[in-house]
Design a protein around this ligand. Sequence first.
Ligand SMILES: [Zn+2]
Length: 183
Amino acid sequence: MSNTCVFCGAPAVVPIVFPDTFTAYQLLQAGDQACSRCAEMFKEAKFRRNCWVMQGTEWRKIDDVLGFLTAMPEPPFVLYLTLQKRKHGWIIAVQNPVLCKDKFVLVVDEDKILFERNRFNDLHAFSKALLNHGIPKGVLLCGMPTPSSLRKFGLTWQEAKKLEQLKGNMFWMVCVKFGKTKS
Ligand SMILES: [Zn+2]
């Protein structure tokens, strides 16, 4: 009987031992072995603590997430984004490789977000404009701004309504949280 990797489903070669601190069993497939790539990823903290892309066996840390999403290399590749830097969402990432630049499952920590290019371009442009304007990320993420924020930052009613609609939207959160604040 051949074994498959508990993380990605590829043929497995390495036995895996889970430490007591591991709690993400719901992300795994049955078995107790992993492929050599996933075994390494499980062991090495850099795969949890960074945003990264892996194409073939080449691993690269991503510093400018929105820049990467704007101009991505040709798929296929595995893409993992993290804000919390401690979760095991990389397991979801290896299970959902990027196959198409314009529509794919974007993995952020342990959440899956449907990435659509047009939607991204719109939200990215909106977040960039507001961040460039010096509006704090907290204000952009809490929905309808207060009347004093509206005045202070000179937001239009249309912008405020859009912020209200985007409250709790994960894709919007990605565009804001990974966005650069005005320095
Ligand atoms: Zn694997």
